[in-house]
Design a protein. Structure first.
Length: 290
């Protein structure tokens, strides 16, 4: 097995479709990542939520996404990142602990610089920032040009941004760099793939264990009663059932509401959850297979 797979490889290799991937993202804790092409980065860590730099490097490999970023990539097909966590430490090249800027620390991007040799960085998964740009603020240059073009009107200074005086030279600053990622960049590691397979291809015996979500048990029991029903028919049955007193199928009143496109339900901790109709259809298909 490879260390990671692109989503486009999963169907042929493991029978996991793109629709399955949508379900995994929406309804499970399976985590997806993206492949980052060779980029200049600042490796570091965090101290009191402030980024501390260790050194500069080039990196080409997997980087992590938080759940919100994963969902945005699935829904919008693109996401822009200024920082992340690299997942393949062995793919780091051209590392140097030297500070690369004339702008001192602390600054809004880098709180501190530690000059750490690479072999002394204790993390296997290392936080990083894409290499910031050192330049003069375009906004400040624009304001300064306006100030000078209007005869250096002293009264206008009070209307300018705080801590910016156009009478003084504009100094260099650091500005974040962003890198854009698209849907085709999505990958899954071998470890997360095993979790995905477990969610999608559980045996019938496993499906009846107490580890199942309450909503899965409800759907499984309905499939026993209506094995030939289409997902759309089950959706309609659930929508009608919430008006019954008592309910015929959802006897534990797990479901709160069934709309046109979204099903709202409560998990085992009584926390509200939601499931899109497309995810529901995919889940029903998987439960039928098992």
């Amino acid at each position: 097995m490879k260390s990671y797979y692109r989503l486009s490889e999963l169907d042929k290799a493991f029978g996991i479709s793109i629709d399955d991937a949508y379900y995994l993202n929406a309804e499970t804790d399976v985590s997806f990542c993206v492949f980052c092409k060779t980029s200049d980065v600042i490796l570091g860590g965090y101290r009191k939520d402030k980024f501390v730099g260790f050194g500069c490097a080039s990196y080409s490999g997997l980087i992590s996404l938080n759940k919100e970023q994963q969902t945005k990539l699935f829904e919008s097909k693109e996401v822009s990142l200024a920082k992340s966590v690299l997942l393949q430490k062995e793919k780091v090249t051209n590392y140097t602990p030297d500070y690369p800027f004339t702008v001192g620390v602390p600054n809004p991007i880098i709180q501190e610089w530690l000059d750490a040799p690479f072999n002394e960085i204790p993390f296997e998964q290392i936080p990083f920032s894409f290499m910031p740009q050192q330049r003069k603020s375009r906004l400040k240059k624009f304001v300064k040009n306006i100030y000078e073009a209007t005869g250096k009107n002293e009264e206008s200074i009070s209307k300018l941004p705080e801590k910016f005086d156009p009478r003084n030279p504009i100094k260099d600053e650091l500005f974040r760099s962003h890198s854009a990622f698209v849907f085709d960049d999505l990958c899954i590691t071998a470890e997360e793939l095993e979790k995905a397979k477990n969610y999608l291809f559980k045996s019938s015996k496993q499906l009846n264990t107490a580890k199942m979500r309450p909503i899965d048990l409800l759907f499984s029991n309905m499939l026993i009663q209506f094995p030939n029903s289409k997902p759309s028919q089950l959706w309609d049955k659930l929508r009608d059932d919430i008006n019954n007193e008592p309910r015929e199928f959802d006897t534990d009143e797990i479901i709160d509401e069934v709309g046109e496109e979204t099903l709202y339900w409560f998990d085992s901790h009584a926390e509200p959850q939601q499931m899109k109709k497309k995810s529901f259809y995919n889940l029903i298909k998987k439960l039928k297979i098992n």
